[in-house]
Each structure stands twice: as structure tokens, then as C-alpha cells.
Design a protein around this ligand. Structure first.
Ligand SMILES: C[S@@+](CC[C@H](N)C(=O)[O-])C[C@H]1O[C@@H](n2cnc3c(N)ncnc32)[C@H](O)[C@@H]1O
Length: 280
């Protein structure tokens, strides 16, 4: 990824940390020892069939693009020893603070690195490599992503990802008429998409985000699966889901803490999940 794109995105993510500490309700996480992030609560049953004994308890887990650590530390609360990796120094600092405030710093390590460079910064291998929700659009080269996953996994280890469905990312997200219209590229292209948004997905006040430009890369489902297969991983599960943790389209409505299409939910997948294994 050109350094200019990495630096631009990193500055934006550093700016998001302050508002996200409030928006993610980090105070609630530290105050209540049983509290798990919504994302991890949903991933637990999806991953369970592929984990020994159905649990991460006692396992070493690496979390790519860990942001401020709420998901990473949720896995620690479920018994894993965790390593969170993110390229944003502000995110890593916030995650370390949250680990200390939650009494989890003895089983949580946070490393500042891009996904591509992670094997050079993390010198151990893991039973589980995990990444979830709002992650793949930030990566240009899924070949490098898959090679990082392979490098971090122990033989026989599990990789799991859940993210927005690539076809959802291609939908026109500014319509107020409820129609599902493909308004953007589905397939990857030579140039990233450039955005200059005033708010992030939690609706932060515009003034808190000084660096508003971001670069994002669309990835097709075949590209995602192909990258994992290309790194030698064995695909063991692929699912498509009707819910997403945020309202990606204006007419999506909240249901049970997630967002759904109120009509025609059977017409469009909102998320996908993949489980893959490194060969023993
Ligand atoms: C939406 S967040 C992570 C998702 C997580 N479920 C959450 O909500 O906390 C995306 C994260 O990706 C990180 N990120 C973006 N590009 C990256 C890259 N090339 N290498 C490492 N981290 C990156 C950002 O700093 C941000 O913390």
C-alpha cells in the first residue's frame, strides 16, 4: 500500500479514537467484568463449532485491526491470551489503557503495526487469528493480508473473519427511497475509493475528526476467499448474514442490537463470515 494512503488512513483512525472511547461505551466495559462487546457476543456462537471444546478458553488469539481493544479484551474475558494488532498508535494506547482499567493487562498485549508488516513485529504463533467488522475495506492487498494470517497461525490453527458483505459495500448508500441500487464498484480496481466524510459510523461530531480523508478498497467475495486459499489455508466455513452492527444503508432499522433491512431482507446479504484452517 503506498505510504501516502497508509499515513492518510492512520491519521483518520487516530482522530476517531477519542470519540469512539465514548461511542463504544468503554466505561461500561471497564466497569462490568462480564461485559463483552456486541461484535464478540455474535462471533462466539459462529466460531464455536471450529474451536476445541467450542471455546477460546486457554488459547492464544491474535486480533488483526483491533482498534481500541474492546473486541480483543472480550476474547481475553472468555479465557484467551490475546495479542491485538493495529497501525494506529492512538488506538493501541487506548487499548492498553482499557486493558489496565479492566484488570486484563496480564493476558493482553497490544502491538502497533500494519497488517502487512505484522509478522515482523509479532514473534509468536497463535491458535486463533481473528478479525471482524469494518476491516477488509482498509486493506489494499489481500494477498499480503492472507500471508500475515498464515504466518501468525500455528499448524492446525483457526482463522475467522466476519465483515460487511462485498455486495453491500457496492450499494448506493445515499438513497432515501428504500430501493436497493448498486451504485459503486463491486470488483477490485486499480485505484482506491477516496472519501471525505465528516462523521464515522458512530455519528461522531464533525469537529472531532480533523483528518477526514480516507482511502478504501473494495474486495469481491471471490478475491477474499481466493487470497486465503492462495496462502494455503483450508476453507472450512462460509456464511452470509442478514444483520450488521451498523446502519450501512439509510433505511436499515435496529433489531435486537443489530441492523437489518426492514423489507426484502432476503434480497441482499449484509455480512459474511469465513472460517479457515492452517494445515497441520
Ligand atoms: C472498524 S475498526 C476495527 C473493527 C473492530 N471490530 C472495532 O470496531 O473495534 C478498523 C481498524 O483497522 C485499523 N486499520 C486500518 N488499516 C489498517 C492497516 N493497514 N493495518 C493495521 N490496522 C489497520 C484502524 O486503525 C482501525 O482501528
Amino acid at each position: 500500500m503506498p505510504a501516502e494512503h497508509t499515513d492518510t488512513n492512520r491519521a483518520n483512525w487516530d482522530d476517531r479514537v477519542e470519540p469512539h472511547l465514548e461511542g463504544y461505551r468503554v466505561d461500561r466495559f471497564a466497569a462490568s467484568p462480564d461485559y463483552l462487546s456486541d461484535v464478540v457476543r455474535e462471533d462466539v456462537p459462529l466460531m464455536a463449532p471450529f474451536l476445541p471444546g467450542g471455546t477460546v478458553d486457554g488459547l492464544a488469539l491474535a486480533h488483526l485491526q483491533c482498534h481500541i481493544g474492546t473486541d480483543t479484551l472480550s476474547w481475553a474475558r472468555l479465557g484467551a491470551t490475546v495479542t491485538g494488532i493495529d497501525f494506529s498508535p492512538a488506538s493501541i494506547a487506548a487499548a492498553r489503557d482499557l486493558a489496565a482499567a479492566s484488570g486484563l493487562d496480564d493476558r493482553a498485549t497490544f502491538v502497533e503495526s500494519t497488517v502487512d508488516d505484522a509478522p515482523g513485529h509479532v514473534h509468536e504463533t497463535f491458535d486463533v487469528v481473528y478479525t471482524s467488522i469494518g476491516v477488509l475495506c482498509w486493506l489494499e492487498d489481500l494477498g499480503a493480508w492472507a500471508r500475515t494470517i498464515d504466518a501468525l497461525l500455528k499448524p492446525g490453527g483457526l482463522f475467522y473473519v466476519r465483515d460487511a458483505h462485498p455486495i453491500l459495500n457496492a450499494m448506493d448508500d445515499e438513497r432515501d427511497d428504500g430501493l436497493l441500487v448498486v451504485g459503486r464498484r463491486y470488483f477490485p480496481g486499480p485505484e482506491p475509493l477516496r472519501y471525505d466524510d465528516e462523521q464515522t459510523y458512530i455519528g461522531d461530531p464533525a469537529a472531532t475528526i480533523a483528518h477526514r480523508t480516507t482511502y478504501e478498497w473494495p474486495h469481491s467475495l471471490a478475491e477474499i476467499v481466493g487470497a486465503l486459499l492462495g496462502a494455503g489455508l483450508q476453507l472450512i466455513d462460509l456464511q452470509e448474514h442478514r444483520t450488521l452492527p451498523w446502519a450501512a444503508l439509510p433505511h436499515m432499522v435496529e433489531e435486537g442490537g443489530d441492523y437489518v433491512l426492514p423489507e426484502h431482507a432476503d434480497r441482499l446479504p449484509l455480512a459474511f463470515s469465513i472460517a479457515a484452517r492452517k494445515r497441520s
